[in-house]
Design a protein around this ligand. Structure first.
Ligand code: ASP
Length: 452
C-alpha cells in the first residue's frame, strides 16, 4: 500500500474537523440555525446530531469489552505482580503530579492576567451544582459489588479492579488457564479490529459532531468572555506544549515533536466527543500501535488516566476560580488557592471523563472555598467549546504518562515510537476481508458443525 494511501485516515479526520468548523461556524454566523428553520431542524439537529450520536455510541460500545480483555491480557503479559504494583504507583503519582502542576500554572497565569477584575457580568444562564460522590465513597466503590452492573454502567475504576483481579487469578491458576488466556488474547485482537472499523468512519462523524457543536456556539458570549477564553486556551496550550513535553523529555528522553505529531488523531477524537472515556479505544490504539507502549502498561494506564487524570479540566477550574472570584470581588488568598488545587486534584479522581463533568467538579471546589455556585453560570455558555479543548489536553496527558511509565519499565518499543508511519491506519485494509479468509472461515464453521 502506498504511503499516501496509508496517511489517508489521519488526514481525512483532520479535513473532517476543519470542514466541520467551517460549516458549523458558517451556519452560526449566517443565522441559519434559527429554530424552526430547515437547516436547524433537519441538518443540525437532524443529520449532524444523529450521525454524531451514533458515532459516540459506537465508541462507547467498544470501551468496556476492550478495557476488560486488554487488561486481562496486560496482567497476564506482565506476569509479575510487583511490576504491576510499580506501574500502578508510578502512573498514579504522575497523574496527580501533572494535574497539580496544571492547576497551579493556570491559577498563576489567570492571577497575573487579572481576568475578570472590574467586570460586571450578568448572566441569564443558571447553574445548579450537582453532587459528586465523596472521596470515601469513590474508594469504597473501586471494589464492585456486582461487576456486571459496573460494566453496564461503564464505571471505569471497578471495571479496572475486576479485570486486574481476573488476570491475577488466571496467573494463579497457571497452565490450566491457558485456553482462557488465548481466548482473551483473541478477544482483545477482535476488539482492536472493531476500533479500526469505527475509526474508518471517523472523518464523516467528526465532521458532523464538530459542525453541530460549532453551529450551537454562542458567538456573542465568546466575545464577552474573550479574556476568560483566551487565558484558558493559552494555559491549556502552555500545559500541553510546554509542561507536558518537558515531563516527557525529562522522564523518558523521547522526542516531543514525534509525540505531538502522533497524538493528533486521538486529540481530534477527544475534541469532537468531549469525552476522555469515549476516546479510550482511540487513545489505547494510538499509545500501543503508534507509540509502541506495550499493552501490559497501556491497558492499565489509559483507562485509569481517562478516569483520574484531567489536567485540562483542572486548568479550567483554576482559571474559572480566579475569573469568578475577581468578578465577585472575592479575595481567596493563598490558602483559598491551595484548597482549590487540592480539591481539584481530589475531585478528578472520583469523576469520570465524560462531557461537562468539569463543571460539576468546579461546583465542589466553589462550595469548599465559599464562592457562589451561581457564578458558574457566567462561564456556562462557552463551556462546551472549552470542554472540547480541555478533553484533548486530558487525553494527551494520559498518553504522556503511559509513554513515560512504559519507558521506565522497559515496556516501550523505541523503534515504533520513532517510526513516523508505525500503526498508521489504512482505511481500506482495516475494513477489508480477504477472500481466502472468507472461504477458510466457512470451512471452519462446517468442520465444527460436523464435529457435533
Ligand atoms: N470532558 C472532559 C473529559 O472527558 C471532562 C471535563 O472537563 O468536563 O475528560
Amino acid at each position: 500500500m502506498s504511503e499516501s494511501k496509508k496517511m489517508s485516515l489521519t488526514v481525512k479526520v483532520l479535513v473532517g474537523m476543519v470542514l466541520g468548523i467551517i460549516v458549523g461556524l458558517a451556519i452560526n454566523v449566517l443565522g441559519l440555525n434559527a429554530s424552526g428553520s430547515f437547516i436547524n431542524e433537519y441538518i443540525v439537529n437532524g443529520l449532524f446530531l444523529v450521525i454524531g450520536k451514533m458515532f459516540v455510541n459506537a465508541l462507547k460500545m467498544l470501551v468496556v469489552p476492550l478495557v476488560f480483555f486488554s487488561l486481562i491480557c496486560g496482567v497476564c503479559g506482565i506476569g509479575n505482580i510487583k511490576m504491576l504494583g510499580r506501574i500502578g504507583t508510578k502512573s498514579f503519582a504522575l497523574y496527580m503530579l501533572t494535574t497539580a502542576i496544571a492547576i497551579a500554572t493556570a491559577i498563576s497565569i489567570a492571577a497575573v492576567m487579572g481576568i475578570g477584575k472590574g467586570m460586571n457580568l450578568i448572566s441569564d444562564a443558571t447553574f445548579t451544582g450537582r453532587d459528586a460522590p465523596p472521596l470515601s465513597q469513590v474508594i469504597i466503590d473501586i471494589i464492585p459489588k456486582n461487576p456486571i452492573n459496573s460494566m453496564a454502567n461503564g464505571d471505569m475504576l471497578p471495571i479496572i479492579f475486576f479485570s486486574i483481579l481476573v488476570g491475577i487469578s488466571m496467573l494463579l491458576v497457571g497452565r490450566k488457564a491457558k485456553s482462557f488466556i488465548e481466548g482473551a488474547e483473541i478477544a482483545n485482537e477482535i476488539m482492536m479490529k472493531m476500533v479500526n472499523i469505527v475509526m474508518a468512519v471517523a472523518p464523516y462523524a467528526v465532521f458532523a459532531l464538530i459542525a453541530k457543536a460549532m453551529s450551537d456556539l454562542g458567538m456573542g458570549l465568546l466575545a464577552s468572555l474573550a479574556g476568560y477564553v483566551m487565558v484558558l486556551v493559552g494555559s491549556l496550550m502552555f500545559h500541553l506544549f510546554v509542561t507536558m513535553m518537558i515531563v516527557l523529555k525529562i522522564f523518558s528522553g523521547l522526542s516531543p515533536v514525534k509525540f505531538i505529531k502522533k497524538i493528533r488523531t486521538a486529540q481530534v477524537f477527544a475534541f469532537s466527543t468531549a469525552s476522555s472515556n469515549a476516546t479510550i479505544p482511540v487513545t489505547l490504539r494510538t499509545v500501543t500501535k503508534r507509540f509502541g507502549v506495550n499493552n501490559s502498561v497501556a491497558s492499565f494506564t489509559v483507562p485509569f488516566g481517562a478516569t483520574i487524570n484531567m489536567d485540562g479540566t483542572a486548568i479550567m477550574q483554576g482559571v474559572a476560580t480566579v475569573f469568578i472570584a475577581n468578578v465577585y470581588g472575592v479575595d481567596l488568598g493563598i490558602t483559598g488557592y491551595l484548597t482549590v488545587i487540592l480539591m481539584s486534584v481530589l475531585a478528578s479522581i472520583g469523576t469520570a471523563g465524560v462531557p461537562g463533568v468539569g463543571l460539576i467538579m468546579l461546583s465542589m471546589v466553589f462550595v469548599q472555598v465559599g464562592l457562589p455556585i451561581e457564578g458558574i453560570g457566567l462561564v456556562l455558555g462557552v463551556d462546551r467549546l472549552m470542554d472540547m479543548i480541555r478533553t484533548a489536553v486530558n487525553v494527551s496527558g494520559d498518553a504522556v504518562v503511559s509513554t513515560v511509565v512504559a519507558k521506565s519499565e522497559g515496556k516501550l518499543d523505541v523503534d515504533v515510537y520513532n517510526d513516523p508511519d508505525a500503526g498508521m491506519i489504512d482505511t481500506d485494509e482495516s475494513i477489508h476481508i480477504d477472500e481466502t479468509v472468507e472461504v477458510e472461515m466457512a470451512e471452519i464453521v462446517e468442520e465444527t458443525k460436523d464435529r457435533k
